[in-house]
Design a protein around this ligand. Sequence first.
Ligand SMILES: Cc1cc2nc3c(=O)[nH]c(=O)nc-3n(C[C@H](O)[C@H](O)[C@H](O)COP(=O)(O)O)c2cc1C
Length: 251
Amino acid sequence: MKKIIPLIASGMMLLTSSAVSAADIYAEADADSAANVAVSYTAEDLQDLQDFLLAKPSDKDLSGKSYDLNGDGKWDAFDLCLMREKLAEKPNTGGDTIVVYFSRTGNTEKIAEYLIDITGADSYVIEAVEPYSDADIEYNNSDCRANKEQNDKSVRPVIAGEKISLDAYDTVYLGYPIWWGQEPRIIDTFLESYDFSEKTVIPFCTSASSGISTSERNIAALVPIGEQLAGRRFSASASKEDVKKWTESLG
Ligand SMILES: Cc1cc2nc3c(=O)[nH]c(=O)nc-3n(C[C@H](O)[C@H](O)[C@H](O)COP(=O)(O)O)c2cc1C
């Protein structure tokens, strides 16, 4: 979610000028939002509207969606901002759970967003002070930053922004991509920055094919954790239903 802020800001001018008019197609559904009928939005709605505005190829059918939040007859960046505000105001129904994740190319983020939507949990995005460029993750180049970091277990990339408080949370879902069979070193930075000795940590990851086991062992050995539940590896194409089934299996 945090990541979307600069996107909204920078995309604002671009998107408002080229916004696709949805008035004709979606007039009926948008009557709800225009008439201020209480419409509830999810993180998935936010993603769908953003993808629509960026004209990303998608086979999703958005007809019937109430995305014209300001009732001006079109879907544009202003609606995206309003939706984001509404989501931020949404009461936390996830209770004592937070989904924390690092994602460089969006695969883990997609799974995290499904998880946030399903559980109603709060979320926190781990971002590096020095963001990872495309060159930084060019794993075919043995000298790229990601490879060098993964080759040195003592590296701790600095996390951007203020530390958050985890006091209110008992359960932490921790998501990351697999880099060379392990968790990225910035996950180690995160783990060493907080006290998990009385928390339940549930790792999840995405990868091309590698499993989650090595990273689970690394995490367990790195810091004291109250209880670490078995983690789950997802493919980049995993569906929301897959994530839902997993959360249900956790009880
Ligand atoms: C530096 C680097 C190393 C990777 N190493 C592995 C690996 O060992 N095994 C694997 O299955 N995938 C590997 N991948 C692929 C990523 O795990 C996969 O694309 C993941 O879904 C990316 O998640 P993200 O989009 O959240 O960043 C690697 C990717 C990068 C950039």
